[in-house]
Design a protein around this ligand. Structure first.
Ligand SMILES: Nc1ncnc2c1ncn2[C@@H]1O[C@H](COP(=O)(O)OP(=O)(O)OP(=O)(O)O)[C@@H](O)[C@H]1O
Ligand SMILES: [Mg+2]
Length: 457
């Protein structure tokens, strides 16, 4: 049975809430001041505290941290006639979970209590743990799917050569982190890693940025400027969005790649560079070549080694690990300690198709961690388009054959269906199923028995 403590000096409100919550099977304790409430909580425990703000003696706002100190996992709903923003903010900062205005709407407080109780339940259920310690290794790169293992192997194999590498992949798949990982794994790691975004500047500014210029080379060139090729000498030069280069710069870049030489704008003599080139693009360079927008000879020079990063929806096995790591990162950056993610929230992440890949996952988790004032990241902290239904999308993780059929299903039903489908598609290979679902074997076993999924004869 759930226990609710109500602390309010308004006897009529207390009575109404007592009758209401009693009638739906909760145990209710009533106290009329913060002091009495604290005394009660000293000897008992509650799931939810409904706390008024203005009372004789200590106010609810003053009492809030004291209640939390007595029972850290208590969910607290403030009810008040105060409407000012400062009080609301202060209450939320001090650990209130919900803030409801008087006159009380029974439906509203009902929903708040239900959500607090659900949260408590999820806290006690088997969500996925988020490690509190820093778990990043040397390279800030996470993943153990087959695709990522191949990426790690390639990084290891090519890092110490001077071969140019072309990293391809959709936006947000980690092209820049991989480029940095190559640099950090190479013997150039103590030299500079210099990045340049080829799409960000117009042609002559980009040219000067890359190769540098002499004073007076063009209007506004008031002094000599070193180019990035010079700055990256003996280090690594990362050419991001290389598909956007104009034909003129493509020709100059080809010369650097072939002969290691270039001429700064307005200079007379050639300069040499020993920068290692890593390029990245999310554009289809094959198409660009067919259409004559990208030089074939440059393409082959850039792509001595190609490293392709698959989209997140094709490496669902990495999702749990990524979530754990990105949440750890967010916790650290924001001084939070959200140490778990609920099964329901994880199911939402699993069912989504991630058009913005890891960057999208990271943004969304950062927001959820910022909004979470407990220890468990729950589905209600995720954006609506993730929790409403599974979008019909080619290649979505956990896609149903008829995506519209998911509209009226609960997340548990979706999870059950998805587990069944993955088991079927792997021919009941538990290891592969765990990989795809990103869950441990005991957890898969539990889902199979909880959902009563039967292995076909
Ligand atoms: N394997 C990974 N493990 C941990 N974090 C990752 C991984 N891959 C990407 N990230 C994180 O995701 C974010 C996006 O990565 P990155 O900027 O490298 O993507 P990108 O492919 O360069 O995207 P774009 O094409 O939009 O420039 C970064 O914050 C990065 O730290
Ligand atoms: Mg990038």
């Amino acid at each position: 049975m759930n226990s609710i403590l109500i602390v309010d000096d308004d006897h009529a409100i207390c009575r109404t809430l007592e009758i209401h919550f009693g009638s739906i099977g909760h145990q209710v304790a009533i106290r009329h001041s913060v002091e009495e409430g604290l005394e009660w909580l000293n000897h008992n425990s509650a799931d939810v505290l409904v706390l008024d703000i203005r009372m004789a003696g200590l106010s609810g706002l003053e009492g809030l941290p004291m209640f939390k100190a007595l029972q850290a996992d208590l969910r607290i709903i403030m009810i008040t006639a105060y409407h000012d923003m400062a009080t609301t903010i202060e209450a939320m900062q001090n650990g209130a979970d919900e803030y409801i205005h008087k006159p009380l709407d029974l439906d509203e407080i009902d929903a708040a209590v239900a959500s607090a109780l659900k949260y408590r339940q999820q806290q006690n259920s088997d969500g996925i743990e988020v490690p509190q310690a820093t778990v990043f290794g040397k390279y800030d790169l996470v993943g153990s799917s087959a695709a990522m293992r191949t990426v790690f192997k390639t990084i290891g194999r090519v890092a110490d050569t001077s071969a140019s590498v072309l990293i391809t992949g959709e936006s947000g798949t980690g092209k820049e982190v991989v480029a940095r990982a190559i640099h950090n794994a190479s013997s150039r790691r103590d030299q500079s890693f210099v990045a340049i975004n080829c799409a960000a500047l117009v042609e002559n500014l980009l040219e000067s940025e890359m190769f540098g210029h002499k004073r007076g080379a063009f209007t506004g060139a008031v002094k000599d400027q070193l180019g990035k090729f010079e700055l990256a000498d003996k280090g690594t030069l990362f050419l991001d969005e290389v598909g956007e280069l104009s034909p003129g710069i493509q020709a100059k870049l080809l010369r650097v790649l072939q002969d290691r030489e270039y001429i700064p704008l307005g200079a007379e003599n050639v300069r040499y560079t020993d920068a290692r080139i890593i390029a990245a693009t999310n554009a289809d360079l094959n198409l660009a070549m067919q259409e004559g927008r990208f030089r074939e000879d440059l393409f082959y020079r850039l792509q001595i080694v190609n490293l392709h990063l698959p989209p997140l929806r094709e490496r669902s096995g990495d999702l749990v690990e990524l979530v754990q790591n990105l949440m750890t990162r967010s916790n650290r950056e924001m001084g939070r300690s959200v140490n778990r993610i609920s099964v329901e929230a994880m199911a939402c992440l699993n069912s989504y198709h991630w058009p913005g890949n890891i960057r999208e996952l990271q943004n969304l988790l950062t927001k959820a961690v910022a909004l979470c004032n407990g220890e468990v990241l729950t589905a209600d902290l995720l954006p609506e388009h993730l929790t409403r239904d599974v979008p019909p999308h080619e290649g979505a993780i956990g896609r149903f054959s008829d995506p519209h059929s998911t509209k009226n299903l609960s997340l548990q039903e979706i999870e059950r269906h998805h587990v069944e489908q993955v088991l079927e598609s792997t021919g009941w290979h538990k290891g592969q199923t765990c990989d795809i679902l990103g869950v441990s074997r005991p957890r898969l076993q539990r889902m199979i028995s909880n959902y009563g999924i039967q292995e076909p004869e």
